[in-house]
Design a protein around this ligand. Structure first.
Ligand code: CP
Length: 315
């Protein structure tokens, strides 16, 4: 069987991204099916998660698959010294596909090279989070009606935030203008700015975050300051509350503005934003179910035609 892993969003062509978004739309129409009957999906989470793990597991369950896995490596034999390679080889004996989150950058790539079954990267350190990007793209498309020519403002921890790294790579196909809003300590890393220049992605950098700055945004993508990635916790304390979005800052916002956040949030979006019609982060997380149904099916070799002609839909 061809190993159709998803390790990095950079591997996906524009056509493939649009194909997966269309498949997600079909799953949103009918999320309850038996198209994965007989399959086993493993979710291996070496780092904490709420949305990613539960939405992958819900995606699998709603399509008729069974789910195995762990949420804490301390309860597995990796705590006895078993290597990642051996863990992956073992789980491949039991499951048809592995969804893995790991604290090490490059762990998903390594797993995909040793595993006989597909690997979906559910986040590797500060590197990539491609399934998050697919649900982000789906959310952007649903709210803006297009992915083309948008002004996307990324706010907060652009250094360690893997979701923003994946998103800017995916958007290279759609002529975006990015605004990177971060304090000096959390600026977008040089390697991603080089990527932007190589792919003709326009970007502007800011350190101020206020009503005037965000007035031009179509998408305001807030991020959490990633405490777990800091080696110096004093530095975390200095920057953790540097930007807090409040409802009052949205007075000059465009009518089509939508606020996204991969979640979890800590302080960076005040609760008074939640009831604003521009807040979309909870619906965004809901969209993750459909995007991840599409990803699991695609990695298992299930085609769009099979999804369209699926007779297993449960009503
Ligand atoms: N967005 C995201 O990755 O959330 P979790 O860490 O809860 O999975």
């Amino acid at each position: 069987m061809e190993n159709k892993s998803l390790v990095s969003i950079a591997e996906l062509s524009k056509e493939k991204i649009l194909y997966l978004l269309e498949m997600a739309r079909l799953f949103e129409e009918n999320p309850n099916r038996k198209i994965l009957d007989g399959k086993v999906v493993a979710t291996l989470f070496f780092e904490p998660s709420t949305r990613t793990r539960l939405s992958f597991e819900t995606a699998a369950n709603r399509l008729g698959a069974r789910v195995i896995g762990f949420t804490d490596p301390k309860v597995t034999s990796s705590s006895k010294g078993e290597t990642l390679k051996d863990t992956i080889m073992m789980v491949s004996n039991y499951a048809d596909i592995i969804v893995m989150r790991h604290f090490l950058e490059g762990a998903a790539r390594y797993a995909s090279e040793v595993a006989p079954v597909p690997i979906i990267n559910a986040g590797d350190g500060a590197n990539q989070h491609p399934s998050q990007t697919m649900l982000d793209l789906y959310s952007i498309y649903k709210t803006q009606g297009t992915l083309e020519n948008l002004n996307i403002y990324l706010v907060g921890d652009l250094k360690y935030g893997r979701t923003v790294h994946s998103l800017l790579m995916a958007m290279r196909h759609f002529n975006p203008t990015f605004h990177f809003i971060a304090p000096e300590e959390l600026k977008m890393p040089e390697e991603y700015k080089i990527y932007c220049r190589q792919h003709n992605i326009h970007y502007v950098e800011h350190t101020d975050f206020n009503e005037e700055v965000i007035a031009g945004a179509d998408i305001l993508y807030m991020t959490r300051v990633q405490r777990e990635r800091f080696t110096d916790l004093m530095e975390y304390e200095r920057v953790k509350d540097v930007y807090i979005l409040k409802n009052s800052m949205l007075a000059s916002a465009r009518p089509n503005l939508r606020i996204l956040h991969p979640l979890p949030r800590v302080n960076e979006i005040a609760y008074d934003v939640d009831n604003c019609d521009k807040a979309y982060y909870f619906q965004q997380a809901h969209n993750g179910l459909f995007a991840r149904q599409a990803l699991i099916c695609d990695c298992l070799g299930i085609t769009m035609d099979e999804v369209k002609n699926d007779k297993t839909i449960l009503v």
